[in-house]
Ligand binder design. Structure first.
Ligand code: C2E
Ligand code: CA
Ligand code: CA
Length: 309
């Protein structure tokens, strides 16, 4: 497959090396996109490149200074009763303020740093589970995100098992969220997931329905929970079709004895519609945005139960 990067020369005195770098930057932007063969360099590309370099340069300091922090978003039933939470990373950047993972996770996945961030987030999640256990709240779980790239750099089984043993938390309370990309056509990863599942971890398929091979994958992977991609709830002109697909996914999951969690639930109407379809667990702004751990503990009375015990 041939990619062509074009740099329009404005200043003939610019070093040729620079010109080539810029044409190459344009190429980098479309790598992996098989629908594009030609890209033109513009200043936005340079800005993006510089931004990424900055993210990479700042990573070690940020990790060392505990600038990354874990937020929790509840997973509830239709009445808002909390069953557990998903751990979502945030970056409390000293200059830029609170940054969402959307602005750095992709970059760290591409440059091979995500496993170090994930290891940190996983440990924070397990520490929180330890505290909850001591507070008598071992009924609550935490789901952590595992990136496809983590399997490349880490022995995911050893790391996760090591954390659970170190902090002595119940395996059932640490849930593992994986996207299809981590498993599709990756037999080694599939084997690791099978080992984790056999050890007792609950495996959740994240963003279900957003990839290309969802149904095929369901056949091969041992998973307990399907998290339906929030795209299905987005208002589009295909609302009826989206609803039909949602309903069938929920029916299929129930038939396969899998729990369904619908993500991105923002209105009561959506909760009612999904409940009618057979969904029992929800995650979305309607119930709560992701919030800092201590706020989560206050909101869901994690500590209160302890004091009244
Ligand atoms: P995700 O795993 O699909 O997480 C759900 C995302 O949906 C979160 O975005 C959450 O804030 C957002 N969300 C939840 N409810 C609603 C809603 O009702 N409406 C809308 N519009 N959005 C909702 P967030 O926290 O920005 O995270 C984005 C993505 O970054 C995550 O998507 C996940 O893929 C990645 N990510 C977050 N934390 C980590 C992490 O610790 N490790 C790795 N590898 N990836 C992470
Ligand atoms: Ca997730
Ligand atoms: Ca998701």
């Amino acid at each position: 497959f041939i990619y062509i990067g074009v740099y329009d020369i404005k200043d003939r005195n610019e070093p040729v090396g620079n010109m080539c770098d810029k044409a190459n930057m344009a190429i980098k932007c479309m790598k992996g996109n098989y629908q594009m063969a030609v890209a033109y360099y513009d200043e936005a590309i340079l800005e993006k490149e510089l931004e990424q370099k900055k993210l990479i340069a700042e990573f070690d300091r940020a990790l060392e200074n505990n600038e990354f922090c874990v937020y929790l978003q509840p997973q509830t039933d239709a009445d808002g009763l909390c069953h557990g939470a998903e751990a979502l990373v945030r970056w409390a950047h000293p200059k830029s303020g609170l940054m969402s993972p959307g602005s750095f996770v992709d970059c760290y996945e591409r440059c091979g740093l995500i496993h170090r961030l994930d290891e940190y987030v996983w440990e924070e999640a397990v520490k929180t589970l330890r505290r909850w256990t001591e507070l008598g709240r071992s009924d609550l779980h935490i789901s952590i995100n595992i990136s496809a790239k983590d399997f490349f750099y880490l022995d995911v089984y050893e790391v996760i098992m090591g954390l659970v043993e170190k902090y002595k938390v119940d395996i059932k309370n640490l849930r593992l969220e994986l996207t299809e990309t981590a498993v599709v056509n990756e037999n080694d990863n599939m084997e690791v997931i099978r080992k984790l599942h056999d050890a007792g971890f609950i495996i959740e398929i994240d963003d279900f329905g957003s990839g290309y091979s969802s149904l095929n994958m369901l056949k091969d992977i041992c998973s307990d929970v399907l998290k339906i991609d929030r795209e299905f709830l987005r208002e589009t002109e295909n609302a009826v079709r989206s609803r039909d697909i949602l309903e069938e996914i929920i029916r299929l999951s129930n038939r396969m004895n899998m729990t369904v969690i619908t993500e991105g639930v923002e209105t009561r109407e959506q909760v009612d519609m999904l409940t009618d379809m057979g969904c029992r667990v929800f995650q979305g702004y309607y119930f709560s945005k992701p919030i800092p751990i201590h706020e989560f503990e206050d909101k869901y009375n994690v500590c209160l139960l302890y004091t009244s015990d």
